[in-house]
Design a protein around this ligand. Structure first.
Ligand code: F6P
Length: 559
């Protein structure tokens, strides 16, 4: 693509830019006053989700122009190319086929001459066998005792997806099975792991070593600490060869796209789960990387999660753009970022089970679309991914909502909540209390987006407003309601955001499936570590880095 064919030169983009000059000064409250029924006009339902996009600063004609822009970017063909397994990840020259991980067993998807579906289901079957063994109390550690604690060692996509989903579906733990607790250790400094090692019994602890590349230093450092901990306690510091072999076999499962590296590290081939280069790390929770999820909620619920994502995949492929949930969510974002200069985005779930949803989306959105070079190598002359962060909405109300209401930043917000909750609580009195808490939470969710929209106008006009009590309103937001938070609806919700990211990347003409931006830091950190350890070569560093290392060395020397 040349400068002149880039999207910002397209007729739809130009029209949107002109239209934005009118819309920039329009307040949301006046858009609502223009005609009744705005909410219905900008709300869509599908795959068990309700998406209310009425609180964006747009009109019917804005949306029509954005849809035109999507057509100019050939979005429908891009969706088909993604799901058909074409090489959409250009810089790595491979497909990005996370949607294949949730195809049903009877489906077939031939990619470069090979049907990938049988392999996907064979891995699921192997996961199922492992899960059932653990849940039957039959997965035994080296001393013969059943496993009680599973620790996932992984980072980024090999941590955040499983962590988020395991937490979100905690109500779905099967009751009648041998209980296994799932834990996550990701930080390279070993903080989480160090805590587990003081509390867990090595004889009943199983580590899942999750790393697509099997080279990530954070994960491999945790893994080698865990291995030594087990060996010291169970195999006489690996002097007892027979016991060492048993420890490696019974206390480690490996999940990776690099079987040879897993074997080299010592993972028994029978306890290796594979996935494929065509699954991006942050898109990988749907297969073997999801093992901790399956261990937590059982394989039936895990398959429901996949089914929900598959429902969304079909919706994405089959629904006209004007009613297509991921497309509309993405277009609202494009309108905000590229035309209204709203370059911050907050994710605000009103359900404690979604505690890690924002962290998960931070990687999904910013590692995917935090790019400034187009697919053909041009610098993007327009903004791409906004700064995205979030927190549970009710807790954030007591933290950073001050900035949303009265700060100087324009921020797009996503409010997310389930409509029904606590139906299955057995004790009637507790159920009534919890349902009242859920009602309170929903009321806060609706009220906050209303105040962000209206500002002062949410109050009767005769209420005095000194300047420190002024609320300008006009912050755009989306509200996403789920009927209930179930494995199926969660699968659909996650896939909704995955596809939103893809739509935005398509319009921005960037590759959402690579992450070259993280590589330089890794390389420089490795060089710095050598200097830190050897105390040689510091003269090659800049003045600040040298000064910082000096502080460390002086502390180490006790000076
Ligand atoms: O450094 C970034 C990254 O490559 C992410 O994209 C990835 O999810 C994470 O590190 C972990 O990578 P791996 O699964 O290969 O250990």
């Amino acid at each position: 693509m040349t400068q002149s064919t880039m999207i910002h030169h397209s007729p739809a983009w130009q029209r949107l830019a002109a239209h934005a000059t009118e819309m920039r000064d329009v307040h949301l409250k006046s858009l609502f006053a223009e005609y009744p029924g705005r909410s219905a006009r900008f709300t869509r339902r599908g795959v068990g989700l309700t998406l209310d996009l009425s609180k964006h600063r747009w009109r019917d004609e804005t949306l029509a122009m954005l849809l035109e822009l999507a057509r100019e970017a050939d979005l429908e063909r891009a969706i088909a190319r993604l799901q058909d397994g074409e090489r959409v990840n250009l810089s790595e020259d491979r497909p990005a086929l996370h949607t294949a991980l949730r195809l049903p067993p009877e489906a077939s998807l031939v990619v470069e001459g090979e049907d990938v579906v049988p392999d996907v289901h064979e891995t699921l079957a192997r996961m199922q066998a492992m899960v059932e063994k653990c849940h039957a109390g039959q997965w035994r550690g080296a001393t013969g005792r059943p496993i009680t604690d599973v620790v996932n060692l992984g980072v980024g996509g090999s941590d955040l997806g499983p962590l988020m989903v395991t937490h979100a579906l905690a109500d779905y733990r099967p009751r009648e099975v041998h209980q296994v607790d799932i834990h996550f250790a990701s930080t390279m400094d070993g903080s989480q792991l160090a805590d587990y090692l003081t509390r867990f019994n090595p004889a009943t602890t199983l580590f899942v070593l999750s790393s697509k590349s099997f080279t990530t230093i954070d994960t491999l450092s945790n893994a080698s600490t865990a291995r030594d901990w087990l060996m010291t306690r169970l195999a006489d510091g690996d002097q007892d060869t027979e016991m060492s072999e048993l420890v490696m076999r019974q206390h480690f499962i490996g999940v990776s796209a690099k079987p040879e590296k897993m074997s080299e590290w010592g993972i028994d081939p029978r306890h290796q789960l594979r996935f494929w280069e065509w699954v991006g790390g942050r898109y990988s929770l749907w297969g073997a990387i999801g093992l901790p999820i399956a261990l937590a909620v059982g394989m039936d619920n895990f398959r429901e999660l996949l089914a929900g994502a598959h429902d969304m995949d079909r919706h994405f492929r089959e629904t006209p753009l004007e009613d297509n949930l991921p497309v509309l969510l993405a277009l609202a974002g494009i309108w905000n970022v590229n035309f209204l200069d709203v370059r911050a985005h907050s994710i605000l779930p009103y359900d404690g089970r979604l505690e890690y949803f924002a962290s998960y989306l931070e990687q999904l959105e910013m590692e995917s679309n935090g790019k400034s070079v187009t697919n053909s190598g041009e610098i993007t002359p327009y903004s791409t991914c906004p700064v995205l962060w979030g927190q549970l909405g009710p807790n954030a109300q007591h933290a950073f909502y001050q900035l949303l209401h009265q700060g100087t930043q324009a921020v797009e917000c996503d409010f997310i909540a389930p409509v029904r909750r606590y139906d299955r609580v057995e004790d009637p009195a507790t159920r009534a209390h919890l349902k009242a808490q859920h009602r309170l939470t929903l009321a806060n969710c609706v009220a906050q987006s209303r105040v962000l929209m209206l500002g002062d106008e949410a109050l009767p006009s005769d209420v005095p407003r000194p300047s420190h009590k002024r609320y300008r309103g006009n912050q755009p937001s989306t509200t996403l309601l789920l009927d209930r938070l179930t494995p199926r609806s969660l699968g659909a919700l996650i896939a909704l955001y995955e596809h939103k990211v893809f739509v935005q990347a398509t319009l921005w003409d960037i590759n959402p499936f690579d992450q070259w931006g993280v590589e330089l830091g890794k390389q420089i950190a490795s060089e710095t570590e050598q200097i830190l350890a050897s105390r040689r070569g510091a003269e090659t560093l800049d003045d600040s880095s040298r000064g910082l290392l000096d502080v460390v060395w002086q502390a180490q020397d006790g000076t």
